[in-house]
Design a binder for this molecule. Structure first.
Ligand SMILES: C[S@@+](CC[C@H](N)C(=O)[O-])C[C@H]1O[C@@H](n2cnc3c(N)ncnc32)[C@H](O)[C@@H]1O
Length: 339
């Protein structure tokens, strides 16, 4: 069973909700996979993540709810936006200068995240999207749509094992291919459904929202998300950041999430649960998380009826060559009916 069906079945089993008018909050949204699934089910969605690139994904996948037309570009004679973007190759910008061999050859670190051809394409497309936005040739929803399409396309040709904390020594096969930016799906649902997408610390946002189901999939270990995904953040923001080290991570990183700090995580978890104005709370956490199972149970039980579901899952393939790791994990979903 997929993780998404497991989450859905758990919610159906534990919560008494009719599928008619449910407000569902995905407060640590990441790639929006959970929000997308429940949008498709017809729920109203609140989506949040502290990372900007995640926000961009949700602005497209969650908030965009009708066909994208690009009317103004068409008026200017650009009939096929993707064909136009895929032909661009006129900018050696920030990505070329900092993340390719040619761009970095006289710098302290040589980096090999993209081929020269693809880095130029990323820079050219990203510049064009910004120019169109500044010249009011695309609407806000079209802007987020195009950046999401670019992030997906760039990620497919990145020379990494999975995340961006390191690049590979040799350019792998998929990274040698020419990047192609393609139209992504647009999930549409009833016009009356409500979608709200935001970009802040979950423990601050929780004071301002309410609904039926709060779904939480926070980081479960001490690895920093902004290091793992710095490239997507930089392509999304395109803000010429100061970068550092062999991986070229953003220098001014956000403070480490308290969900990644052993001494703080229980406090922030309890804080969000206490403040949540939601009938039901579901927390995904696995058996390698930094909070022990019994502590989650103790914390959540203070605020209502508690139950935990568990399932074994094969480990994500990017970790499979690290043989000291187990090849499966137990995915827990901790459930709470608040009273
Ligand atoms: C395990 S991932 C979520 C994955 C997501 N369910 C998906 O399908 O892609 C955890 C997410 O929490 C975000 N995050 C970490 N600390 C946060 C905080 N204090 N407030 C909001 N988001 C946070 C990270 O940026 C990351 O995207």
């Amino acid at each position: 069973m997929s993780i998404l069906s497991y989450i859905d079945n758990t919610i159906q089993d534990f919560a008494e909700i009719s599928d008619n008018d449910v407000t569902f909050c995905d407060i640590f949204a990441g790639t929006s996979s959970v929000g997308k699934y429940f949008k498709n089910k017809g729920y109203n969605i609140i989506s949040n993540d502290i990372e900007y690139y995640s926000f961009v994904y949700a602005k497209h996948f969650i908030e965009n709810n009708e066909k994208i037309t690009f009317n103004k570009l068409k008026d200017k004679g650009i009939q096929s936006v993707f064909e136009y973007l895929n032909k661009l190759n006129d900018k050696k910008g920030f990505i070329f200068q900092n993340y390719t061999i040619s761009g970095t050859q006289n710098q302290e670190y040589e980096r090999k995240y993209f081929t020269e051809e693809n880095a130029i394409k990323i820079d050219s497309v990203r510049n064009k999207i910004e120019e169109w936005k500044n010249n009011k040739l695309i609407k806000e929803n079209e802007y987020y749509y195009l950046i999401t399409c670019l992030l997906e396309a760039a990620d497919k040709v990145a020379n990494t094992a999975s995340v961006y904390e390191a690049f590979l020594k040799d350019i792998k096969k998929s990274a040698q291919k020419t990047m192609e930016i393609k139209p992504l799906e647009i999930l549409t649902n009833d016009k009356e459904k409500k979608y709200f997408v935001t970009n802040e610390d979950a423990n601050l946002l929780i004071n301002k929202i309410s609904g039926d189901v709060l779904y939480m999939d926070p980081p479960y270990n001490t690895r920093k998300y902004d290091t793992n995904y710095h490239m997507l953040e930089t392509i999304a923001l395109y803000d010429n950041p100061l970068i550092k080290g062999k991986a070229g991570v953003r220098e001014e990183t956000k403070k480490r999430s308290k969900y990644c700090i052993k001494k703080e995580v229980e406090t922030v978890l309890e804080d969000i649960i206490e403040k949540a104005k939601f009938k039901y709370i579901f927390l995904s956490y696995n058996d390698e998380g930094i909070i022990p199972l019994n502590r989650i149970k103790e914390i959540m039980s203070k605020y209502g009826e508690y139950k935990v579901y568990e399932k074994n899952y094969k480990r994500f393939k990017a970790d499979s060559n690290r043989d000291y790791l187990k090849d499966s994990t137990i995915e827990y979903i901790h459930c709470l009916k608040k009273c």
